[in-house]
Design a protein around this ligand. Structure first.
Ligand SMILES: Nc1ncnc2c1ncn2[C@@H]1O[C@H](COP(=O)(O)OP(=O)(O)OP(=O)(O)O)[C@@H](O)[C@H]1O
Ligand SMILES: Nc1nc2c(c(=O)[nH]1)N[C@H]1C(S)=C(S)[C@@H](COP(=O)(O)O)O[C@H]1N2
Length: 181
């Protein structure tokens, strides 16, 4: 593995997991999904922060700007409760929103559970980093990523992030054309 390899980050947003009140299952679930679907070599980095606009925004700035992550998956804090502020943090740090991600992920989750409509999950671009926010429920991670990941490699191409390849047994990446130079 080298510093040239794509850097994929997983940011877990959870008050209780950050305090150690329960064992984090979201981080391992997201990392396992990435290891299954994205072909090596890749570097995967994991962080846990408590809920809150500032905590999440600061972690996203660090992962994107200082660590140079190509992709950040955030899990947790997308709901309507007062402490759920991940969408506000996303909005504060991104240059561009990609609303299609939230729409497709909610549609997939609604087929499983009616309360999926409560998640304000989404995605956006900061510099050369794609950030995707997912619900905190560990089981939601695969549902949501399965619904959108086909478009992620091409999105990374378009923003000038690292090129990633997927295992076609799990996800057939769709690249309609070479990105504009
Ligand atoms: N990182 C995690 N690890 C394990 N289970 C989680 C995690 N995040 C969420 N969950 C589970 O999913 C449920 C819904 O997630 P949600 O983000 O709404 O949690 P919450 O009630 O805000 O609590 P917290 O922020 O302390 O995790 C939680 O009550 C918990 O059972
Ligand atoms: N696939 C899936 N999506 C889901 C859920 C779920 O269990 N499965 N839970 C929903 C619920 S109950 C809430 S409140 C929102 C927000 O969750 P978060 O605050 O943990 O991000 O995600 C929703 N999306």
């Amino acid at each position: 593995m080298s510093l040239e390899d794509p850097l994929l980050a997983v940011l877990v947003v959870s008050d209780r997991a950050a305090r150690g009140e329960y064992e984090d299952r979201g981080g391992p679930a997201a990392e396992d999904w990435l290891r299954r679907v994205v072909r090596p070599p890749v570097r995967i980095l994991r962080r846990i922060v408590p809920d809150g606009c500032e905590t999440v925004a600061a972690a996203l700035r660090d992962l994107a700007d200082d660590q140079g992550a190509d992709l950040v998956l955030v899990t947790g804090g997308t709901g309507p409760a007062p402490r759920d502020q991940t969408p506000e943090a996303l909005e504060a740090v991104i240059d561009k929103a990609l609303p299609g991600f939230g729409e497709a992920m909610r549609l997939a989750s609604l087929a499983e559970v009616p309360t999926a409509i409560l998640s304000r999950q989404g995605a956006g671009i900061r510099g050369r980093t794609l950030i995707i926010t997912l619900p905190g429920k560990p089981s939601a991670i695969a549902t949501c990523l399965d619904a959108v990941f086909q478009a992620v490699p091409y999105c990374l191409d378009l923003i000038g992030a690292a090129r990633i390849e997927t295992d076609p047994d799990h996800c057939v990446a769709f690249r309609p054309q070479s990105p504009k130079t």
